[in-house]
Design a protein around this ligand. Structure first.
Ligand code: 2AM
Ligand code: CA
Length: 265
């Protein structure tokens, strides 16, 4: 058995260290250094790649035999069931434009079940963290998902589609419904941060499609440990690899059924 409390401490330490590197780079980032990955609008920089390298060398030693799935190409097999799912810089577009927020996202699963989630939002220096069997925290404070259960008192977050445009009409119908019935909808540009904010009760709910496991692994676990609910758009549990996520506090059932109806489920 591994000591998750100690693993979590080490993960937070490396997030502080790599977060400092990202913060310093953000102060004088030159946009001519943006690289394009395969796919439309897919930005990456030397900062994303360098951060992943630093995280991978620490995490692989922290739990010997663990595998790593990283956005910037790291893919190593697990020999003991533990898999790190990491985004070294979530919110790259914000980062390259000098805008907040952007974050490091580190999830850990054991045989596909989440056991740890850490999201370090670099610009506000907020460390969101949780391990199995414990509450979720922002820095040293316990956080809870929102108890609000009416749409018209809720503030939602989402990410705009950046490809897969055929699904855009259904997505816009969802937005139209939320705009008419809620406090509003925000688009921060970092899914890991959106999820951490749902865990902290700042947003009542978050939904997005076409995200990757590294965008959501840590944040979804934070929401669950903070007493919230996370599903795919149909209400099922395939949100980690299924590319649809609906995460919320008490408003979850109403939010999810509104999304499912517009999505055609
Ligand atoms: P990233 O910055 O790590 O790429 C915003 O909606 C979310 O989508 C972010 O978490 C962002 O993560 C992710 N994303 C992935 N590909 C993207 C793209 N091409 N454009 C904008 N956001 C993207
Ligand atoms: Ca990223």
């Amino acid at each position: 058995m591994i000591d998750l409390v100690s693993v979590e401490q080490h993960v937070m330490e490396v997030c502080h260290e790599v977060g400092e590197f990202i913060r310093v780079e953000s102060l004088n980032f030159d946009r001519s250094r943006i690289l394009l990955k395969e796919g439309f609008n897919n930005l990456v920089s030397y900062v994303d790649k360098e951060s992943e390298k630093k995280l991978v060398s620490t995490l692989s030693e922290l739990i010997p035999g663990s595998g790593i799935l990283g956005e910037e190409g790291t893919s190593t097999k697990s020999t003991n069931g533990y898999l790190w799912i990491i985004d070294p810089l979530d919110g790259t577009t914000n980062f390259t434009h000098g805008l907040p927020p952007f974050a490091i996202s580190i999830g850990l699963t054991l045989h596909d079940k989440s056991v740890l989630g850490v999201v370090y939002e670099v610009t506000k220096k907020e460390m969101f963290h949780a391990i199995e069997g414990r509450p979720a925290y922002c820095n040293d404070q316990v956080i809870k998902a929102s108890p609000i259960d009416s749409l018209n008192e809720s503030l939602f977050a989402t990410g705009f589609p950046y490809y897969d445009f055929p699904k855009m009409e259904a997505y816009l119908s969802i937005i139209r419904k939320f705009l008419k019935q809620s406090h509003g909808v925000r688009r921060l540009g970092s899914a890991a941060t959106d999820l951490a904010y749902v865990a902290a009760g700042r947003f009542e709910g978050f939904f997005e499609y076409n995200l990757n496991p590294w965008d959501v692994a840590a944040g979804a676990f934070l929401v669950q440990q903070a007493g919230g609910m996370v599903t795919d758009f149909s209400g099922g549990s395939n949100f980690l690899y299924g590319r649809e996520i609906c995460a919320a506090g008490k408003i979850h059932p109403e939010m999810q059924s509104l999304i499912a109806a517009e999505w055609g489920y």
